[in-house]
Design a protein around this ligand. Structure first.
Ligand code: SAJ
Length: 401
């Protein structure tokens, strides 16, 4: 069987490598020629443990090759980004462009699947586009939506073991897609229709956003009330039916901070909690930046000099090197802009070098700083002991015990 994956990013690349590892002849496509070049050299352009060895293996067996243009296959997978536009409206232009580029290759009996996170109705829109441009294929190809659920850093395991939801535009499409994924997925493949599968992906990430917003809201209340929010959540979670997540300096990444807008853009009247959660989580980062600025002013008034500040962490979550949509990065930038020459030491132990931020080692920054701002709960930071000699703003629960 030949399969063509459109998009060799954080999801498309691992999925196509796993498919190739299971004996499928894979053509991986990316519009970025550099990505295609280095992928064919057996090198990863993303960070994912264990994946590079697997890439080299499937290149040697001849099951995987990367291209700039799609090649004739039996199945086509759209695994391209779906960002949002300025007003938080979803932008499905990449899905559409990828679909248009496989259109001339489609033939009767082929499978077409969208994996990209998409607003409700996208699969039906692409079905209409395909049938409009290739009317002879109407009812002759299989069209389905199958979102991914993997957590970066644990992709190889999760791609194989997580359950998946698969929704076709009709039952035979669902069955055909299930047949494909069952070649390498060991988790259960759950059947539904395309619209439910699209909404399911948005629901999963919105649910997490709402739950984190609840924790972040508690952190704001507790700060005013003089209560340790970490102790509070720990105690509340002792109730058998309560399971509150952890507050932090905001919600980042390219999924949870983005996907809820795909619901709110289409259903603004109905999606009140989902919209509020987005606002609360965005506000939390702004609030953290204000807190730091206030502490800087207090320090200056008391000591008649500017403080040295350590901004601990830039990544969007603990123990990764991914800085995209990171609230820690936003807070650090805001503090730097307002610091009027105070000494700001920036720490990110998972990144060697950065184009914009001059990085300092975490121990050195901690030692030198008057104000230490814990932004991301990286393991390294947990080795730094609490001291009353410094002002420590712990936004991510390093010292929760
Ligand atoms: N966060 C908190 N408190 C928590 C948990 C997370 O503040 O208790 C923050 C993190 O620091 C981070 C953000 O939320 O800034 C998102 O991190 P995450 O670990 O919750 O999720 P992602 O974005 O890495 O991956 C999510 C996952 N979705 C769900 O857990 C429902 C993953 O399974 C999806 O595949 C991925 O989105 C995606 O691609 O959609």
């Amino acid at each position: 069987m030949n399969a063509c994956f459109m998009g060799l990013g954080y999801i498309g690349l691992p999925t196509s490598i796993i498919a190739a590892k299971h004996g499928i002849n894979v053509c991986g496509v990316d519009i970025n020629t550099e990505v295609v070049k280095i992928t064919n050299q057996g090198k990863l352009h993303i960070i994912e443990p264990g994946l590079e060895e697997m890439l080299q293996e499937v290149i040697v067996t001849g099951h995987f090759k990367a291209y700039v243009e799609p090649q004739m296959s039996d199945a086509y997978f759209m695994v391209v980004p779906t960002p949002f536009k300025g007003n938080h409206e979803p932008d499905i232009s990449y899905v559409e462009a990828a679909t248009r580029s496989v259109l001339p290759l489609l033939k009767a009996g082929d499978l077409y699947v969208i994996e990209s996170t998409s607003p409700i109705g996208t699969t039906e829109k692409m079905r209409d586009l395909i049938y409009r441009e290739r009317p002879e294929l109407e009812e002759k190809i299989y069209i389905a939506y199958c979102p991914e659920r993997v957590l970066p850093g644990n992709v190889i395991y999760e791609l194989v073991h997580n359950d998946r939801v698969i929704g076709g535009i009709d039952e035979k499409s669902t069955d055909k897609a299930i047949e494909f994924y069952s070649q390498f997925v060991q988790g259960t493949l759950h059947k539904t229709n395309a619209r439910t599968a699209e909404m399911c992906k948005l629901t999963e990430n919105s649910s997490r956003d709402v739950q984190i917003a609840f924790a972040n809201e508690l952190s704001l209340i507790c700060d005013k009330a003089g209560i340790n929010v970490w102790e509070l959540i720990n105690l509340a979670n002792k109730h058998p039916r309560v399971n509150i997540l952890q507050p932090g300096c905001g919600v980042g990444g390219h999924c949870i901070a983005v996907d809820p807008y795909f619901i709110t853009a289409d259903f603004p009247m109905e999606s009140k909690i989902i919209a509020d959660a987005r606002e609360i989580n965005n506000y939390k980062a702004f609030w953290c930046a204000e807190k730091v600025q206030n502490e800087m002013l207090k320090f200056e008034l008391k000591h008649h000099r500017k403080p040295v500040i350590a901004m601990m962490g830039l990544a969007f979550k603990p123990n990764i090197d991914d800085l995209r949509e990171s609230p820690a990065k936003y807070i650090t930038t805001k503090v730097m802009q307002s610091c009027s020459n105070a000494d700001v030491l920036i720490v990110e132990p998972n990144v060697q070098e950065h184009k914009v931020f001059k990085l300092t080692g975490y121990k050195e920054a901690y030692e030198k700083a008057d104000i230490v701002v814990m932004l991301v709960a990286h393991d390294e930071f947990k080795t730094l002991s609490w001291t009353d000699q410094k002002v420590i703003l712990d936004f991510c629960g390093i010292y929760k015990k």
